[in-house]
Structures are given as C-alpha cells and as structure tokens.
Ligand binder design. Structure first.
Ligand SMILES: [Mg+2]
Ligand SMILES: [Zn+2]
Length: 217
C-alpha cells in the first residue's frame, strides 16, 4: 500500500515537473548562421552549400553556442531545407551535410539539443516534398513544437537568423529576435523594412560575434 502511494506521488511529481522548470532556448537558423552560405564562382550566386566540401562555419558561432549553453539556453536548430524536394541536392548529400555539421559542432564541445526541419516546398518536384507545409518558416509551428517538446518559455528565448522568415517566425512565436545582416546597407535595409512590415528584430547585427554581448546584458 505504502509503495503504491509513493509511486503515485512520484508520477504526479514527474508530470508537474516541466511546469516548474521552464527552459529558455536559442533557436538557430542553419544556413548563414551556423554555416556560411556558399559562393559559387561558376554561377556567381550565393547559395546553401550542396556538399561537405563547400561548408565553412560562421566565424564566432562555436563561441556563441558554448556561451549560450553556459547561460542555460538550449540550442535548437529550426531550418527550412527544401533542397532535396526541389532536386537541388540528393538526400544522400543532404544527410552527409547534416552529419558533418553535428560532428564538427561536437568537436567544439557543442551538442544541439534539438533539430527541427521542414523539407517541404510548395513547388517541390519530388511529390513527397510538395506541400504548403505549416512547419515552414515564417510559420511558428516548429518553434511551438520545440517549445512543447522541451518545455521552453518562448518569451525568454531568442530566434537568430539571417532571413526575414526567421525574424517573422521568431517574432510571431513571442521570442526575441536577432537578425544577422551580413550586408547592412541602405538598399538592403529598405527591402527588409518592406518585407517585415511592422515587425522589427529585437536586434540587428552585422555578424555573429556581436551577439554574445547581447546576452550578457
Ligand atoms: Mg538562413
Ligand atoms: Zn514541412
């Protein structure tokens, strides 16, 4: 009898526990934030890396992630990856890149707590991926999913991205946001302003290294 009572108490404590320990997170976009966009000399375009050999990590990202972890933030990737569906990259290559990023982060003492991807695209040529997916940024769905999975207080959390969709998703989910604008110039800002409407990122920085000081304050 005594044993059963104890078990019941333990179960109910376990169920309540998440509410007592709400966590905070750093939600991170992948391309342009963790790894650099790739400049293709042959075509003169900047794009998502399509092979491991094209990957370079963004300067300062390891330091930022280690620091955020020290401050008690969970590290969670939130990424639109339509490349496979639109046949820009094979699933094999895509998985190689994913594994490589994790491996390099690990080598620098960083483990992502969660990785959330939307691989759909409304114009994907592979049918399996063709969908107006509710997960795709600027939708807040993946952020909300992560917040439920990890019991995260979105108001205490940050979304860091280099794209307008990252900022909209973060803002709509109630997070603070940092827009990393690698080219901060008048024209770029004008376009941003237009696309963001009334939404403003909490902070606008030129590079990842500037972010560390924002958390310290
Ligand atoms: Mg990006
Ligand atoms: Zn999706």
């Amino acid at each position: 009898m005594g044993k059963i009572t104890t078990a019941v108490i333990l179960i109910s404590m376990h169920m309540q526990r998440p509410f007592l320990y709400e966590k905070k997170a750093l939600f991170l976009d992948r391309d342009g934030i963790i790894i650099k966009m790739y400049y293709d000399r042959n075509f003169g375009i900047i794009d998502t890396p399509l092979s491991v050999s094209q990957i370079e990590f963004v300067p300062g990202i390891f330091e930022l992630l280690r620091y955020a972890k020290q401050l008690g933030y969970l590290l969670i990737l939130i990424s639109n990856q339509p490349g496979v569906g639109i046949k820009k990259i094979s699933l094999k290559r895509y998985n190689e890149i994913k594994a490589y990023i994790s491996k390099v982060l690990q080598k620098h003492g960083i483990t992502l707590n969660g990785q959330y991807y939307c691989m759909h695209h409304p114009y994907a040529s592979i049918l399996k991926y063709r969908k107006e997916c509710p997960d795709r940024k600027p939708s807040t769905d993946l952020l909300i999913k992560a917040s439920k999975d990890f019991n995260i207080d979105l108001k205490k959390s940050w979304m860091i991205g280099d794209g307008i969709y990252d900022i909209i998703a973060g803002y709509e989910a109630g997070c603070k946001t940092v827009l990393v604008g690698n080219i901060i110039e008048a024209e770029y800002l004008r376009i941003l302003e237009e696309k963001l409407g009334n939404i403003r990122p909490t902070f606008l920085v030129k590079n990842i290294k500037e972010i560390k000081t924002l958390f310290a304050s």
